[in-house]
Design a protein around this ligand. Sequence first.
Ligand code: FAD
Length: 374
Amino acid sequence: MDSEITIIGAGVIGLAIAEKLSEEHNNVFLVEKHLSFGQETSSRNSEVIHAGIYYTKDSLKAKLCLEGKRLLYDYCKKYIIPYNNCGKLIVATAEEEIDVIEGIRQTAKYNGVDDLVVLERDQIAEMEPNIFAERALFSPSTGIVDTHSLMKQYETNTINNGGQIVYGSEVTGIKRIKEGYEITLLDADQKYYTYTTGIVINSAGLTADKISEMVGIEDDNLKILFCKGEYFRINPPKNRLVGRLIYPVPHPNMEGIGIHVTIDMGGGVKLGPDVKYLESNVYDYKLTASKQEEFFRSAKKFLPFLEFDDIAPEMAGIRPKIQKPGEPQRDFYIEEESKRGYPGFINLIGMESPGLTASISIAKYVNNMVYFSI
Ligand SMILES: Cc1cc2nc3c(=O)[nH]c(=O)nc-3n(C[C@H](O)[C@H](O)[C@H](O)COP(=O)(O)OP(=O)(O)OC[C@H]3O[C@@H](n4cnc5c(N)ncnc54)[C@H](O)[C@@H]3O)c2cc1C
């Protein structure tokens, strides 16, 4: 085999996997179609280190988020990656939301997040004097991270471990061969190149379903639907009126977690993301200025100081959803595909939030799968 392991996709998850696997394996290839890392979903998100509050009991999302959060804070400290363990408030702004908050606390507790604190109005006012909430849940372990620096560190460590990262090369074909796979790449000079690999790890984000189909896995349950999320920024000086992440209570089936306030390491404050399934899988990052009213109204419920002109369109990201509109929450799909006749082919599909938070624990999980498939 030309390479022992091939990882497809240099987003935050593919990079974390490359770092982990290159610690123990000699011949690790990370292949990315863009000319550098993190050009898709990994640089178009909220950059929140999630606590692991909302996910379905015993799901991979719940487990990997909880473990990943701890590992990520430790990693940030070790490598001096900018982060801020600022905490988050989930706010109930109407009477009927107060019970929902108690439900969230129970789910979180079951998932091992036992540090949530219920706050009454006066306690909320002490923490965040400029917001409105009848009651709130405070999550002290939530935070934010500079994702670019994190990905850069994963890249550096991969290279230092002896891993090879090939940018500007798109995987266009995968064929099962004896004891491995043959991969066809289209390189930056529009030339095709074929090589062999023992193990394939599909971490191709928005097109992970297409990579899986290339090898021969056709499964309607693994079809990715592009689900766009847009953000508005809060213009200065009002961005200084909040110091933490502020979330409304979430939508019941978790298609999204409601238009919330996120802060970033540069002092910026964003509202969003909203949730809109796209009609087809196109990379549509266009911003919709006409959504200003909707964003303003949603946020005004808990940010009473906000005026219509204080916000402006900022950016958009696309979630790789396998959950169809209206369906219950789906878990991450992370499987070694021996049962379908593809040993050593590891699929990661539907890697939406909390994929950033869980990147290191996902890498550990995949490393374990590789160990058992060699
Ligand atoms: C709006 C939004 C907000 C979010 N907020 C958060 C948050 O606050 N906290 C959190 O934990 N998570 C969050 N997430 C989720 C998080 O961003 C993702 O889970 C994570 O970025 C996924 O990383 P990835 O490496 O799987 O995918 P990507 O970043 O999409 O990387 C996949 C890579 O594969 C490459 N690729 C695809 N096809 C091929 C091919 N054929 N050949 C070669 N390369 C290929 C792509 O170019 C891309 O670089 C959010 C997501 C969205 C959309």
